[in-house]
Design a protein around this ligand. Structure first.
Ligand code: NOJ
Length: 431
């Protein structure tokens, strides 16, 4: 089997990581704009980032050049609602109607993420995800966006990696808003995010002009079988609900994708589950590598690592697709996969990144093996379209297919982008 004919080949980015223009166009502050100081390497911040807010048209031309047929972006919530839960910034809305109109012109399918971690500051100051206000407002925000762009957008992701923005943001204090809360408080936040998700899905279904396809982008820290015959064990351990609290994929996926309580959960009621669960069209997840535990230990001395220090395990693509499909029974969409590499401009003015080319080839080939075994996979999105603000790592980590010189905002297409383009051209047949 091959990848399906209308497979979504995609590149992605997120507002806080690439847009910049942090005070332009009537935008309000978000928690990353306002609270990062002292928490990000080299004192970097996301105020200018890749200046995509001003360069978006040229950037979309580049997206087109990469040969992809879809593009994943997120909406800057504080650009739409800069100061309170009622006041819509029409200029902010226009940024997105223009963006999707241009994508339509270019023949590129938009995939819109509603929440990629940049909570408006006003909402945070009024309690954010600790409160019902956030749940209710998120529903309103979703309606505003859906009314504005759903004539051109079919694919929707409500949340990006709730595991990380809740875990890093409220448990270990590594991401904005840099808090360290108790388990009980984390459960309350998780519940509110899940309820907001349920409401958003219903709003999309109710108001979307094009028939929508809806999901959310989970993490997927799958465990790898150590040898062929313990696949079952790896499957069960991968979804053990209490393995790592809010970081566990099934903590979120069981309620949101299947309407079930994750193992060991006593903080969601049956009523909650009904509100949280609204059938989704695909199981989307971001995956960079496999996890390991004492029991599933595949790391070894000298194991190759990316510039993030993440081990390189292409089989994670095969097993994650199989496991996620087995558990949730929905078509799979890979919403992020890629690597940070030590990229720099060579004397010839180009960026040669053979490691990333190899990473893409091997990971996509493993994904294809899952489709060979009958797992329906509808899309693959490389993270990221261009280098950008890697949260608490600042600009030092480069994930892009396009290099960004932050001094000049010059973009250089990296070699790996051409590898990706060749894979896309043949719909993966050359793998
Ligand atoms: C997942 C997040 O969604 C994205 O924002 C981040 O840049 C990548 N992982 C790489 O860490």
């Amino acid at each position: 089997m091959s990848f399906q004919k209308d497979f979504l080949w995609c590149v992605g980015g997120a507002a806080a990581q690439q847009d910049g223009g942090y005070l332009d166009g009537g935008k309000g502050l978000n928690i990353w704009d306002a609270l990062s100081e002292g928490h990000v390497k080299n004192n970097d911040n996301c105020h200018v980032a890749c200046d995509h807010f001003h360069k978006w048209k040229e950037d979309l031309q580049l997206v087109k050049e990469l040969g992809v047929n879809s593009y994943r972006f997120s909406v800057s919530l504080a650009r739409i609602y800069p100061k309170d839960e009622f006041t819509v910034n029409e200029e902010g809305v226009k940024f997105y109607t223009d963006l999707v109109a241009e994508l339509e012109q270019l023949g590129i399918e938009p995939i819109c993420t509603l929440y990629h971690w940049d909570m408006p500051l006003w909402l945070y100051e009024r309690g954010g995800w600790k409160t019902q206000l956030a749940v209710e407002w998120f529903e309103r925000f979703t309606k505003t966006i859906v009314e504005a762009i759903s004539d051109k957008v079919k694919y929707w992701l409500t949340f990006n990696e709730p595991q990380i923005f809740v875990g890093h943001g409220y448990q270990i204090g590594k991401h904005a808003p840099f808090e360290k809360l108790s388990q009980k408080e984390l459960q309350n936040i998780s519940r509110n995010v899940m309820l907001a998700h349920g409401r958003a899905v219903r709003v999309i279904k109710k108001y979307a002009k094009l028939s929508p396809k809806i999901g959310f982008a989970s993490t997927c820290d799958v465990l790898l079988p150590l040898d062929g015959d313990d696949e079952e064990k790896a499957y069960l351990a991968s979804f053990a609900g209490t393995r790592s609290g809010v970081y566990t994929p099934s903590w979120w996926c069981d309620p949101m994708l299947a309407g079930k309580k994750p193992n060991g959960c006593d903080w969601l009621s049956e009523e909650d589950l009904k509100e949280i669960y609204e059938p989704l069209d695909f199981a989307a997840y971001n995956i960079y590598n496999a996890q390991h535990t004492e029991e599933f230990k595949y790391s070894y001395a000298g194991m190759p690592l990316t510039d993030m220090g993440w081990s390189i395990t292409p089989e994670c693509m095969y097993y994650s697709a199989k496991f996620m499909y087995r558990r949730y029974g929905l078509p799979i969409m890979i919403t992020e996969n890629g690597m940070a590499n030590i990229d720099f401009v060579y004397e010839d003015g180009k960026v040669h990144d053979p490691q990333r080319s190899e990473y893409l080839r091997t990971h996509i080939r493993n994904l294809k093996c899952a489709t060979d075994e009958g797992v329906p996979v509808i899309g693959y999105s490389c993270w990221s379209f261009m280098d950008n603000f890697e949260w608490s790592e600042g600009y030092g980590k480069r994930f892009g297919l396009v290099y960004v010189d932050y001094r000049t905002q010059k973009r250089i297409v990296k070699d790996s982008a051409y590898t990706f383009r060749d894979i896309i051209k043949l719909n993966g047949e050359n793998l």
